[in-house]
Design a protein. Structure first.
Length: 351
């Protein structure tokens, strides 16, 4: 795993308690493209194979396709599924890219003689409209008269990334008084311990906070509890260097690291429960509230990408490249509308 060496052991279960006492793809559909294997030979095609591995056009409306950055698009087929099951005489195909120019001869495309297009090593700048014109002949059986027919198909192809994951953690500790000076000292020690547990993963604790409240517990009277909140974030100093160890995008490795960090922190708090029950004759002044640990999943998108479950409902969980006229300068999940209409590129990070 990128981001560090061997896994650190979590501190012994009783350590915090003692402080408290002291001071305390490979598929593709018409809505979503992912990495593909090489195109099978034409004679091996079957209806099921075609439906599974290719995205077909539709003369009535454009077809949206989502391609993960740095992967190959699925094959875009210059005809609809019904036409593909019919005899087509003298077919010719003209593919036009988002820049309005022919795709013939481009190094980053794979064009087959049967009109299928694959865009290789997809980048956000490759997003946009891919249109194909199919021309073919119809020959009258009786007169042998030939008529040339034209059909146009439009595909809107968008680059996307997996969302970057983070986790918001909530946990509670019982204390003697809300005004106790040891509360703040305990909180600072807790942050140090948690950061130490996950530091080899290039993850860290951000936005830590706590508030003390009086809580009425059934059959126990009034207690004082510290409500602690913090976020487990995968972008600690050094994360970019760790990402250089992977050949393409870092999001999968980053998400794996932060999930491991979340699990380690959960394990740490589970050990607090064990320590309180088995390792202390006297309960520390500040101690963990059993079963108070909870986690909320948080998504973020890299600059130039955002989520929109209305516009991109077939890829609602994806971070999709910002459309022309919108931009995203940060790691939030929304592409903002740009007030300067001259910004026409996909994936803008500034307006």
């Amino acid at each position: 795993m990128a981001g560090g060496g061997g896994r650190q052991r979590s501190p012994p279960g009783g350590r915090l308690g003692m402080m408290a006492a002291a001071v305390v793809v490979v598929t593709a559909t018409a809505g979503l493209g992912v990495p593909m294997r090489a195109e099978p030979k034409e004679e091996q095609h079957s209806v099921d194979l075609i439906a599974k591995n290719y995205v077909y056009g539709n003369i009535k409306h454009e077809v949206s396709v989502y391609v993960k950055v740095f992967t190959n698009s699925p094959f875009l087929v210059c005809m609809d599924l019904a036409r593909s099951q019919e005899e087509v005489i003298d077919p010719k195909y003209l593919w036009i890219g988002p820049d309005g120019k022919s795709l013939e001869g481009r190094m980053y495309v794979n064009l087959t003689e049967t009109g299928k297009l694959m865009v290789m090593g997809f980048k956000e700048s490759m997003s946009g409209a891919y249109t194909c014109t199919l021309s073919h002949k119809i020959i009258e059986t009786t007169t042998q008269e030939e008529r040339e027919m034209f059909e146009a198909y439009k595909f809107m192809v968008y680059a996307y990334r997996e969302a970057d994951h983070a986790y918001r953690v909530f946990v509670r500790f019982t204390t003697r008084e809300c005004e106790l000076a040891a509360n703040g000292q305990f909180f600072e020690e807790l942050k140090k311990i948690l950061n130490n547990i996950i530091s080899d993963l290039t993850c860290h604790i951000i936005e830590p906070s706590y508030k003390c409240h009086s809580v009425k517990i059934p059959k126990q009277g009034l207690l004082r509890e510290m409500f602690v909140s913090f976020q487990v974030n995968p972008f600690a100093p050094g994360w970019e260097e760790a990402c250089h160890q992977v050949p393409y995008d870092c999001e999968d490795v980053t998400n794996t690291r932060v999930q491991e960090a979340r699990d380690r922190i959960g394990e740490f708090f589970n050990k607090q429960t064990y320590a309180l029950k088995h390792e202390f004759q006297t309960v520390p002044t500040i101690h963990y509230v059993d079963n108070s640990f909870s986690v909320t999943h948080i998504d973020s998108c890299q600059p130039g990408f955002g989520k929109n479950d209305i516009t991109h409902k077939n890829c609602a969980s994806c971070c999709v490249v910002c459309d022309p006229g919108t931009y995203s300068p940060n790691n939030e999940v929304t592409c903002q509308i740009c007030t300067r209409p001259q910004v026409k590129k996909y994936g803008a990070r500034s307006c």
